[in-house]
Design a protein around this ligand. Structure first.
Ligand SMILES: Cc1ncc(COP(=O)(O)O)c(C=O)c1O
Length: 439
């Protein structure tokens, strides 16, 4: 690791408001000459060293968020949802902080186990797991598999000998949620049927029920309703089958801030209210309280990364708009194009005295919808060569990145205590060419 910048610790009074309490990592601080430090490392300095686009991942922020979950829910099991972003270092950090892992493909599973993550602490998801994925999960001795569809019950049971049972959960979908490709609907009895079929398989050990409500949820009420539904189902399972299932997995979906004024899920409130509701409903039903499992992804890694881009062009068409094109875009962050997801953006590495102007920060791809930040407020003198930083870049960006236009996926550098190290190198055109095996 190379020392890049000595950590500057300005008093909170001198930290610009946009770096405080919003989507930036807690370690974000202003540095000299318009620099912004994250994890004690200057973003502009890191961009010079590693090139752009660059994803700067604050190890301390990931660890403290993982720790906050452990502290808020000491009796629950917290599984980091690897789909938000996974690399070997992430697997190490969450494992060291006491979290398990939720994976949803052979790729995520293999990467985690290769990194040394204990397979017993991994739970495998997926609405369409292939036979090969299930076989790999068995071979690696994955702790639990979440059964998501009817075909999977027989498929998995066929792979399992009764003397080495596979722990499974059944994923259910609450009443009122229609058109869902995941899980078994509770309404209409699909979930109850699936549970009965799983209980009939000697090789499958049903340990609990699972549900995932969606993403960017910032209120507690949907989770409380899920607890009500799931406890009712647990009571039915006991009534019909005489078994009490020991686990209840509420999935993830905990909302984070992308913009300064955004709401986020209050983890402390979630922990208290969900734990209380679970205890109350179980007492009413005369059930033992099952172990709560949660699967936050975005809330662990989202606010921990900042994407740094270099401005390549600034255009002022006659219609009065301004387009700032950067060297990344929808191939490293498809979320704005896919969902209209909002982001904030900031000039780093140069101080500007110019007033603010409204601009669209656009990507470099051949697609009109390749807009990263619409109507951003940036200094009016923004010019090619400037660096722009986009916070809250840690989740569902790199993990959804593509090879569009053969631009290649960006590098990822970890920062901690004033030091930076490369975790993932930039993808090059040679990487694309190497996959070609014929012509
Ligand atoms: C089953 C399951 N668990 C957990 C997550 C993580 O969600 P989030 O990153 O919003 O916390 C997802 C996201 O799609 C999911 O499908």
């Amino acid at each position: 690791m190379t020392q890049l910048t000595a950590p500057a610790v300005p008093s909170p009074a001198t930290v610009p408001a946009d770096l405080l309490g919003g989507p930036w990592p807690a370690s974000a601080r202003p540095g000299p000459g318009g620099e912004v430090l994250v994890g004690g490392v200057g973003l502009a300095e890191a961009a010079e060293r590693f090139g752009t686009p660059l994803y700067v991942l604050d190890e301390g922020e990931v660890r403290s968020r993982a720790r906050a979950y452990r502290r808020a829910l000491p009796h629950a099991e917290v599984l980091y949802a690897a789909k938000a972003f996974l690399c070997s270092a992430m697997a190490d950090w969450v494992e060291q902080e006491g979290l398990g892992l939720d994976v949803c493909s052979a790729g995520e599973l293999w990467l985690a186990v290769s990194a040394g993550f204990p397979a017993q602490r991994i739970l495998l998801h997926g609405n369409a797991k292939s036979p090969e994925e299930l076989r790999l999960a068995r071979r690696l001795r994955v702790g639990r598999i979440v059964i998501d569809g009817p075909a999977e019950i027989a498929r998995l049971a066929a792979l399992v000998a009764a003397d080495t049972p596979q722990k499974v959960l059944v994923r259910v979908v609450q009443a009122g949620v229609v058109g869902q490709k995941f899980g078994f609907p509770v309404e209409g009895g699909d979930a109850a049927d699936a549970i009965a079929r799983v209980l009939d398989q000697p090789g499958l050990e049903l340990v609990g029920l699972h549900c995932h409500l969606g993403s960017q949820i910032t209120t507690i009420e949907p989770y409380l309703q899920a607890v009500d539904t799931l406890v009712r189902l647990l009571a039915e399972v006991r009534e019909h089958h005489g078994v009490e299932l020991p686990e209840l997995d509420l999935g993830g979906g905990h909302g984070i801030r992308y913009l300064a004024g955004d709401a986020e899920l209050d983890l402390a409130e979630f922990a208290v209210k969900v734990t209380d509701r679970l205890a109350v409903r179980c007492a009413e039903a005369g059930l033992e309280v099952p172990r709560l499992v949660v699967e936050p992804g975005r809330a662990v890694v989202g606010p921990a990364a900042v994407a740094v881009y270099r401005v390549l062009s600034v255009k002022h068409p006659a219609d009065g708009r301004c387009f700032v094109a950067v060297d990344g875009g929808m191939s490293d962050n498809p979320r704005p194009a896919l969902y209209g997801a909002p982001y904030s953006v900031r000039l780093v590495g140069r101080r500007s005295e110019a007033g603010a102007a409204r601009m669209d920060v656009v990507g470099r791809h051949c697609e009109a919808g390749d807009v990263l930040v619409r109507d951003a407020e940036l200094p009016a003198d923004l010019r090619p060569g400037d660096l722009l930083a986009v916070p809250a870049a840690g989740a569902y960006q790199l993990s959804m990145a593509s090879g569009y236009n053969l631009v290649g996926r960006p590098a990822v550098a970890a920062v901690r205590d004033g030091r930076a190290r490369l975790l993932i190198r930039r993808e090059t055109v040679e990487d694309f060419r190497l996959r070609e095996v014929g012509r």
